[in-house]
Design a protein. Structure first.
Ligand code: FAD
Length: 473
């Protein structure tokens, strides 16, 4: 195996020192490492991110920079086109290789191709590693060698595969002398501002505490409580898995250790249910890898060209985004998202189905809105979740199974605790009133709005659109 005098470690979505495969390998094989992060240079609005996520990124970089310094290195920050910045740095430090962890997103993969080409043209090594997932899309196929389109058989195979072990934390780093570096990025660099507190403390240390909480307090009862949006009994590790402030191997193995140590079958099953969510993450990443067109169009070709309403400046779409639809569960979810950069999974499904099936707005518009607000915004999972809800995706809810927001409320927030948490104007309202439309044509509270649509009518409209499309094609 080659050894090097100086290499570059290109940090991307692996902002940690613990269990970081490429960084660990670099530390074993090089005398000096130049740790680099290249900040993107767009400004203003971005379809795939927003102030909260950029703030989480900035905080995680600040934490990483401190951690790198503590072990003797210095994080180099550059801004602009990653390829150009890497090219410049390769020359500056006379790097013998570039190390990085592979990104599952199509945009990241495009960049990687160019970096491999750059290294080849410079006659240096390009060392890339599997780190972001337990199993890469190329590892899991059906018996006939095709990608899975349905989750359950995928997940069986996924569980059967041996899981990669964690690698050690990098404990020492020698970086070459003074190198030109920009200050740590701030969200103002992207022309953004962010008011309020981030719900999740960014960085590897805080992520470790979240994982401890998840293992000690959440996953043992996960199967039972995860669907209660008020109980908020999920791990909250999404943003850490997105930015790599935690390694997915560590999450899986900590859960597995707890599962093996569990005394009851119900706890073991519950932890298994949690591990299955990591399988969903990798299923959607595999779907995106094998069918990258899902970012542009419906996964299920049968539904391409279905009639959608153009949201344009549509008032209903704006009301959905702002949490003013008059459907308490929808408004609670959308306000939670706006205020915290998070929304409970069950409510993500209900709000997504409402936008696509009650307001007839194409899932792409909701997909982008979520990416701009979710701290855990992950292209593959978000696209998968939206297409699932719209009925157009891989292993999606069939189009005719349209969730009723009123009955969903009765099932998952019967006492209205989640709704009251996010909609103060409903604090004194009897929660029974959240489970059916106001029959008397009057708002359920003075300062709350009437429902903007009739769910029954819109359900019929959706069924008619799907049916007409089916008949015409
Ligand atoms: C419309 C819609 C949009 C979504 N957008 C995203 C997104 O942008 N990013 C994202 O990570 N998840 C997304 N999800 C999936 C899910 O809602 C979140 O992963 C989960 O709510 C994050 O909270 P948690 O970390 O507490 O999850 P937990 O329930 O504790 O799960 C642990 C981890 O497993 C993964 N996971 C859990 N559920 C799913 C799922 N259904 N699909 C894929 N991975 C899953 C996530 O990485 C999550 O952090 C979306 C779901 C829907 C219906």
């Amino acid at each position: 195996m080659a050894h090097y005098k100086t290499v570059i470690h290109w940090f991307r979505r692996d902002l940690r020192l613990t269990d970081n495969v490429a960084l660990y390998d670099a530390s074993e094989r090089a005398e000096a490492i130049v740790p680099l992060y290249v900040a993107s240079e767009w400004e203003g609005e971005h379809a795939w991110t927003g102030p909260g996520r950029q703030a989480f990124l900035c905080g995680s970089l600040t934490s990483l920079s401190k951690d790198v310094e503590q072990i003797g290195g210095k994080l180099v920050i550059r801004r602009g086109n990653a390829l150009e910045e890497l090219e410049r740095l390769i020359d500056e430090v006379e790097a013998g290789a570039v190390f990085f962890n592979r990104d599952p997103d199509p945009f990241g993969k495009e960049e990687e191709k160019k970096v491999r080409e750059l290294c080849r043209s410079r006659g240096i090594d390009c060392c890339d590693f599997q780190d972001v997932v337990l199993h890469e899309p190329g590892e899991i196929f059906t018996g006939s060698g095709t990608p899975y389109k349905v989750y359950t058989p995928y997940s069986k195979k996924w569980f059967d595969e041996e899981k990669p072990e964690s690698v050690e934390r990098v404990r020492a780093m020698q970086s070459p002398g003074e190198l030109e570096s920009l200050p740590l990025p701030k969200i103002e660099d992207w022309g953004l501002s962010f008011e309020g507190d981030l719900l999740r403390t960014p960085g590897e240390k805080a992520a470790g505490k979240r994982l401890d909480r998840a293992v000690e307090e959440v996953i043992g009862e996960y199967a039972e409580t995860r669907n209660d949006p008020f109980a908020d009994a999920t791990s909250h590790l999404g943003a850490d898995l997105r930015y790599g402030t935690l390694s997915v191997r560590e999450v899986y193995h900590r859960a597995e250790k707890a599962r093996k140590a569990a005394r009851s079958e119900s706890v073991r099953n519950s932890i298994n249910t949690f591990q299955k969510q990591l399988g969903w993450r990798e299923f959607f990443m595999a779907v995106l890898h094998h069918f990258p067109e899902v970012l542009e169009t419906d996964f299920n070709a049968d539904w391409r060209g279905l009639q959608w309403d153009d949201p344009g400046d549509d008032e209903k779409f704006t009301k959905w985004k702002e949490g003013r639809t008059g459907f308490p569960i929808i408004d609670a979810g959308m306000r939670q998202l706006a205020m915290t950069g998070y929304m409970h999974n069950r409510v993500r499904m209900i709000t997504a189905m409402f936008l696509t099936k009650d307001l007839h707005v194409h899932w792409k518009h909701g997909e982008s809105h979520f990416m701009q607000h979710l701290l855990d915004g992950e292209i593959a999972n978000n696209n998968g979740g939206w297409q699932w809800s719209a009925g157009t995706g891989a292993d999606a809810a069939p189009y005719f199974r349209i969730q009723n927001p009123w009955t969903q409320t009765g099932r998952y927030d019967k006492e209205g605790r989640y709704i009251k948490r996010w909609i103060p104007e409903l604090e004194k309202v009897d929660p029974k009133r959240f489970t059916k439309p106001p029959g008397d044509g009057k708002p359920i509270a003075d300062d709350y709005v009437l429902p903007i649509v009739d769910h029954g009518d819109e359900r019929e409209e959706t069924l008619a659109r799907f049916k007409a499309h089916k008949e015409a094609s």
